[in-house]
Design a protein around this ligand. Structure first.
Ligand SMILES: NC(=O)c1ccc[n+]([C@@H]2O[C@H](COP(=O)([O-])OP(=O)(O)OC[C@H]3O[C@@H](n4cnc5c(N)ncnc54)[C@H](O)[C@@H]3O)[C@@H](O)[C@H]2O)c1
Length: 278
């Protein structure tokens, strides 16, 4: 018996990384999963992997920033399996065009990135809530970030989008609580996905060790850490949890900054071969 037997989930950005781990986790706990991603071929392969394990799964190529695509995505899940219980908004846009402060970002690039960071969650709720209401409730999980709670230089669009997602989550919780629909956000710390391992850490083990040392638990996160948090928030164990932002960051963001800064300086003094990632 899985916790989500008979339930239906839509997971966006499910072709790789955190979204793929979430799709596997919900599927392994009994849900039928629609894996949605801009990368149609990638997500098709993932759905086939789940099906090979006996999980009900399907893939759909979607741009979560587009109205018709999100409407089609929700309709596809409901058309296949007759209901919708879980919506996980996880897709992550390419950020190269929107690095920098407000004055560095072009208006059209801002709009494109915000469509994925924020509008996607609104669209998924716009088309998904009525189906959840019909079956007596459901769970919306928006993947935000510690960047939605704290600010870094050079990341105006990301910080703004992830903070807006937390505000959207709270409003959805207040709006739809009476329908049995809960809405929560997750704020991950650094999660070493396969893409990040390949792009950053495989060629820089000293940088990875430096990052790990910043975390009170002594390691950076894994996609499965976030998948476990999503499963908790979607489960009956979280029946009284809504409007919440669950920080899943190994303690990174609760450290007193002054002491933390000194500890990092000490680390670099003791490990002078450390290659910084940025
Ligand atoms: N990895 C981390 O360290 C970290 C930390 C905090 C928060 N997060 C958040 O977790 C989520 C997943 O991150 P990740 O590292 O697994 O990302 P990733 O880049 O590995 O995967 C993102 C997926 O989203 C898909 N995608 C991109 N644009 C899309 C669109 N318009 N429509 C549909 N799909 C689209 C991509 O094709 C890709 O498969 C993101 O919301 C990210 O902001 C990640």
């Amino acid at each position: 018996m899985g916790r989500f037997d008979g339930q239906v989930a839509v997971v966006t950005g499910a072709a790789q990384g955190i979204g793929w781990a979430i799709a596997q986790r919900l599927g392994n706990e009994g849900a039928a999963v629609l894996l949605a991603d801009l990368n149609g071929e990638g997500v098709q392969r993932r759905a086939e992997e789940l099906e090979a394990d006996g999980i009900k799964a399907a893939a759909r190529q979607v741009d979560v920033g587009l109205v018709a695509d999100v409407e089609g995505m929700v309709g596809d899940a409901v058309g296949r399996w007759g209901r919708l219980d879980m919506l996980v908004n996880n897709a992550f846009p390419a950020m190269e065009a929107v690095t920098g402060g407000a004055e560095d970002v072009l208006p059209e690039d801002y709009d494109k990135a915000m469509a994925v960071l924020v509008k996607a969650s609104y669209l998924a709720a716009r088309f998904g809530v009525s189906h959840m209401r019909r079956v007596g409730g459901g769970s919306i999980v928006n993947i935000s970030s510690v960047h939605g709670l704290l600010a870094a230089r050079g990341a105006f669009v990301y910080e703004t989008g992830k903070a807006a997602l937390i505000a959207a989550t709270r409003q959805m919780a207040v709006e739809y609580g009476k329908d049995g629909i809960r809405a929560n956000a997750i704020a991950p710390g650094h999660i070493a996905t396969e893409v990040i391992e390949q792009a950053l850490w495989d060629k820089n083990p000293t940088g990875r060790a430096f990052f790990a040392a910043q975390y009170p638990v002594g390691r950076v996160g894994e996609p499965e850490d976030i998948a476990a948090a999503v499963a908790f928030l979607c489960s009956e164990d979280a029946a009284f949890v809504t409007g919440h932002t669950l920080v899943v960051d190994g303690g990174l963001s609760v450290q007193l900054q002054e002491n933390f800064g000194v500890e990092q300086a000490q680390y670099i003094k003791a490990n002078q071969d450390t290659e910084l990632p940025y």
